[in-house]
Design a protein around this ligand. Structure first.
Ligand code: SAM
Length: 295
C-alpha cells in the first residue's frame, strides 16, 4: 500500500470506507508529504522514541511517525475512524490505536506504560476547536513531556510566542512560555488539507522546560491570576481580580496586593509579564495565609 500523504490515496481510502467528515471533531486531513516530513523533523523523533499522537484521523501522520519511532500510541475520538485506521496502519507493528477523548485520558499512565515514566513526545495535527484546552491539559497535568509538536491555526501560533505588552499576548502565551519554549517550524496553507480549513496554519514545537523560568509559591494561583487578568483585558487588573470566580479577593484586597507588589493601582494585566505576575501571586499567597491565621 502506498502512503496516504497525497490527495489520490486519501480520497481512495475515504471512499473505500464511505467516511463522512465530521465538522464537530475538527477533521481536516493532511495531504502534503512535505508538510508531513516537516512535522516529523520538527518533533525530532528518533528510533528510540515513544510518541503519543492526538487525533490520527485516517492515519496519515501516524504512518510517518511509525516509520521514525520505536512505538506510537494514537488516540482518536471518532469511532468511525477506528476501522479505517486498522486498515491503513496494518503494515505497522509498532502502533496502537485507542478510541477516546484525549482530554479524558490518564497521560501519566500512558507515559508510565509506554515510556517507563520518562518524558514523552506528543505530536498532533490538532482539532482547532479544542487546541487550547488540549495544550493546557498536557501542561497543567504535569505529565513528563520532552516536546509537543502541533499544527495549530497560524493566529494561535502567533499568540504562543507573543511578547508581554503586545496585543497578541494573552493567557495562552504566558502559560506556554512558562512551561515551554515555542519554536515555529513551518507555515502551512489551507490547500495542504482535505477539506480545506478557512485559516492558515503553522507547525509549532514546544520544547518543554525542566525548570520554570520564574519561581512562584503557588502555581495554581499564578494561573488563576493570569486568566483573571486576560478574561477582562479592557478592565484594570484590580477589577479583573475582584470579578474572577476563581479568586477569593475583594476589590480592596486586590488593590492592596497590587500596591504591595509595587504596581500602579490602575494597571492593566496585559502590561505584565511572567516575573510581574509571579511577584503579585506571591503577595496574594502571603495575604491569604495571613487572613487564615487571623480567623
Ligand atoms: N492527524 C490527521 C491528519 O493529520 O491528517 C487528522 C488531523 S484532524 C485536524 C484532527 C483529528 O483529531 C480528527 O481525526 C478528529 O476526529 C480527532 N479529534 C478531535 N477531537 C478529539 C479529541 N478530543 N480527542 C482525540 N481526537 C480528537
Amino acid at each position: 500500500m502506498e502512503k496516504l500523504s497525497n490527495p489520490k490515496e486519501t480520497i481512495q481510502v475515504l471512499q473505500k470506507h464511505q467516511f463522512q467528515f465530521k465538522k464537530k471533531f475538527g477533521q481536516n486531513f493532511l495531504i502534503d508529504p512535505h508538510v508531513l516530513d516537516k512535522i516529523v523533523d520538527a518533533a525530532q523523533v528518533t528510533e528510540e522514541d515513544f510518541v503519543l499522537e492526538i487525533g490520527p484521523g485516517i492515519g496519515t501522520l501516524t504512518q510517518y511517525l511509525c516509520e521514525r519511532s520505536r512505538q506510537v500510541l494514537a488516540v482518536e475520538i471518532d469511532k468511525n475512524l477506528i476501522p479505517v485506521l486498522r486498515d491503513t496502519l496494518s503494515p505497522y507493528t509498532n502502533v496502537e490505536v485507542l478510541q477516546g477523548d484525549i482530554l479524558k485520558q490518564d497521560i501519566q499512565h500512558i507515559a508510565d506504560t509506554y515510556n517507563g515514566g520518562n518524558r514523552i513526545k506528543v505530536v498532533a495535527n490538532l482539532p482547532y476547536y479544542i487546541t487550547t484546552p488540549i495544550i493546557m491539559e498536557l501542561f497543567e497535568s504535569r505529565v513528563p513531556l520532552a516536546n509537543v509538536t502541533v499544527m495549530v491555526q497560524k493566529e494561535v501560533a502567533d499568540r504562543m510566542r507573543a511578547e508581554p505588552g503586545t496585543k497578541d499576548c494573552g493567557a495562552l502565551s504566558l502559560a506556554v512560555q512558562y512551561y515551554a519554549e515555542p519554536y515555529i517550524a513551518a507555515f502551512v496553507p489551507p490547500n495542504c488539507f482535505i477539506p480545506r480549513p478557512n485559516v492558515g496554519s503553522a507547525v509549532v514545537r514546544l520544547d518543554c522546560r525542566t525548570h520554570a523560568p520564574v519561581e512562584v509559591e503557588d502555581e495554581k494561583l499564578l494561573f488563576r491570576l493570569i486568566r483573571a487578568s486576560f478574561n477582562q483585558r479592557r478592565k484594570t487588573l484590580q477589577n479583573g481580580i475582584a470579578n474572577s470566580s476563581e479568586l477569593p479577593f475583594s476589590k480592596a484586597e486586590a488593590a492592596e496586593a497590587i500596591g504591595r507588589a509595587g504596581f500602579d493601582s490602575n494597571i492593566r494585566g496585559e502590561k505584565l509579564g511572567l516575573p510581574e505576575f509571579a511577584r503579585l501571586a506571591d503577595v496574594m499567597s502571603q495575604m491569604r495565609v495571613r487572613s487564615k491565621e487571623d480567623i
